[in-house]
Design a protein around this ligand. Sequence first.
Ligand SMILES: Cc1cc2nc3c(=O)[nH]c(=O)nc-3n(C[C@H](O)[C@H](O)[C@H](O)COP(=O)(O)O)c2cc1C
Length: 388
Amino acid sequence: MMPLQTPPTDLSPLFTPFQAGGLSLANRIVMAPMSRYFCPEAAPHDGVVAYYRRRAAGGVGLIITEATYIPHPSAHSYENVPVFYGDAALAGWKRVADAVHREGGRIFPQLWHTGSFRELGMKPDPSVPGFDASENLNAFEHTTHRTKAMTEADIAEVIAAYAKAAKSAQEFGFDGVEIHGAHGYLIDSFFWRQTNRRSDRWGGDITQRSRFAAEVVKAIRSAVGPGFPISFRWSQFKQQDYRAKLAHTPQELEQTLAPLVDAGVDIFHASARRYWEPAFKDLSPLTLAGWTRKTTGKPTIAVGSVGLGGVASTAKTSPTHVDSTTISFTDAPLDEVDKVAELLAAGEFDLVAVGRALLADPEWAQKIKEGRSAERRAFAKEQLHHLE
Ligand SMILES: Cc1cc2nc3c(=O)[nH]c(=O)nc-3n(C[C@H](O)[C@H](O)[C@H](O)COP(=O)(O)O)c2cc1C
């Protein structure tokens, strides 16, 4: 690895302000949503307030919170996740938003329904099964349990729950919302042909499989009105299958995302495990965020191994020969951020989300800005056990 030094190239593109619709950010650095499972009472507590405040004070322009459950019992699966409903949790979230604002940051909650990851017997209502686009086909290890194909009534209720959560975000002072449409959870299970075998209006061709996501966006837009930013996170990969692809061609990508643009998405968040990898490598080096921006015309967030070494260093010279199944929860050395700054300056994407590097070091953005890159704390998997 190259020795770390004071900025080898111009990193100023990371620190230019960003403006879109009702959103103004001090810079281009976004904290990626990261579930931390530190809320046994389902409400953000002092430790959570301090955790987000530290990242805002450390110079992050926009924080996207850990995924938080929408107000429907079927949304829950993992425990110790904060919810986005009810007086106690919303009061806790308000303290988080206020603390971030006091440091000059902006913040969106990430709204989550975990779909088929839920099993009968789980909290908060053990009689509620996991919801899915189609009844579970036992195709994946994580769904050896039965999941339920959602009825029209289930769909209407869950869409209303997304809208209610977004309205709460607006009322409690958040700057926008992000919809978690990625990684194999509920919305993604409607997108994906393998998990959506429906023959009604919620299934069928690619555009029809986008209907559920589009209706979620429309309901949110109608609840919050114009001018309240909506970010939509999508991914090619599923937790069930890291090699899966939602869109095999740019045309399929356009068909998937166009209904979401029409429904009112302001910002897309293209979730990749390595931001620099070409999305359609036979066509061009354009990244997933690059293609997302190109096909939607909307501001786009790139993400995936920013500032992390190891795989990142080798992949710079050989981007197509990386094993895409490498697990990411391992220690990672520091790496430079010149490549992501270059792509940002070239207009390939608009914002850069940083996950593990920011989890490791709350002052990450400030250190980069001040040419103190070498002082960054590296990511170590041990840090996942603490909320610092
Ligand atoms: C501990 C941890 C928790 C995560 N939780 C979420 C989550 O709640 N929602 C989500 O969309 N992605 C989640 N992710 C994925 C991150 O948002 C991000 O896309 C991924 O870590 C790649 O960015 P990085 O290489 O900068 O860490 C999580 C990642 C980590 C490491």
